[in-house]
Design a protein around this ligand. Structure first.
Ligand SMILES: Nc1ncnc2c1ncn2[C@@H]1O[C@H](COP(=O)(O)OP(=O)(O)OP(=O)(O)O)[C@@H](O)[C@H]1O
Ligand SMILES: [Mg+2]
Length: 247
């Protein structure tokens, strides 16, 4: 089956004052794939996905999602189209229960910008929340305040918050940061499960995770894409080894 393009960026640039964080990036994602973006600190990875999710305005360039130019849409409008982003830094509400955290997230997809909120019925919310918590293995902790969960579980809760938005594209920024070995294994299993219903874009420093999960890897360095290919191709790429793998 020929790959269907889900997302495409064209000559995307972002300057922060004199610093060019993202330069002329042409990046595209096929529907259903798991893509990893790797690269050294400061390469522009978070900035690139920030532009895709709408959190950061590009200096120039365009983004197309399912054939629609979304460059000027706000992040909540992108959420409504199914583009969901989980932060590099954990951002759950510590005093709310896991259920409440996910329920709040679930309602975001129905936010209608200028018109305020359109709420889902309680039963519909409960169903989404329970299914999202169940997917990440936190169904039993539904009534616990999020702040009481071990850090690794807070990261999983964040993913559940993303899943409750029923993403078509789920973007995760360093999801395994701070996770223990066995939590990382759970994360990998979870990501494969998610990939059955959404396209997954993840920024990840953990190479074993990248190599086992990604269908394709994009390597960034100093704001540009320096290589792209299958895990085997990237491992064999001399420029990547020099810039990133440190060999
Ligand atoms: N809001 C900002 N204002 C000024 N400079 C910024 C801002 N955000 C990012 N930068 C700079 O842009 C460059 C790219 O940053 P970015 O966070 O995208 O890198 P990254 O690849 O995600 O790095 P890391 O692996 O450390 O998360 C860095 O030099 C960073 O200092
Ligand atoms: Mg980053």
């Amino acid at each position: 089956m020929a790959a269907v393009t889900l997302l495409e960026t064209s000559a995307l640039c972002k300057r922060f004052g004199g610093l060019q964080a993202v330069r002329e990036v042409n990046f595209s994602l096929a529907q259903g794939e798991i893509r990893a973006i790797i690269g050294p600190n400061g390469a522009g990875k978070t900035t690139l996905v920030g532009i895709i999710s709408g959190r950061i305005k590009p200096s120039s360039g365009t983004i197309t999602f399912k054939g629609e130019d979304i460059t000027r849409l706000k992040s909540c409008q992108r959420v409504m189209r199914g583009i969901v982003y989980t932060f590099q830094v954990t951002s759950v509400y510590a005093t709310l229960t896991c259920y409440e955290n996910v329920a709040l997230a679930a309602q975001r997809r129905l936010m209608t910008g200028a018109k305020g909120f359109l709420t889902l019925g309680e039963a519909a919310i409960a169903e989404r929340v329970e299914s999202a918590l169940d997917a990440v293995g936190l169904a039993a902790s539904m009534e616990r305040p999020a702040g009481e969960l071990p850090y690794g579980y807070q990261r999983l809760l964040e993913i559940a918050m993303g899943l409750a938005l029923e993403p078509e594209l789920l973007i995760m920024d360093e999801p395994t940061q701070g996770l223990a070995e066995e939590e990382i294994a759970e994360f990998c299993a979870l990501t494969r499960k998610i990939a059955g219903r959404a396209t997954v874009l993840l920024i990840e420093h953990n190479m074993p995770v990248v190599l086992q999960l990604a269908h394709k890897i994009t390597v960034m360095d100093r704001g540009t894409v320096i290589a792209e290919g299958t895990p085997a191709e990237i491992e064999a790429d001399a420029e990547v080894q020099r810039a990133y793998l440190g060999t």
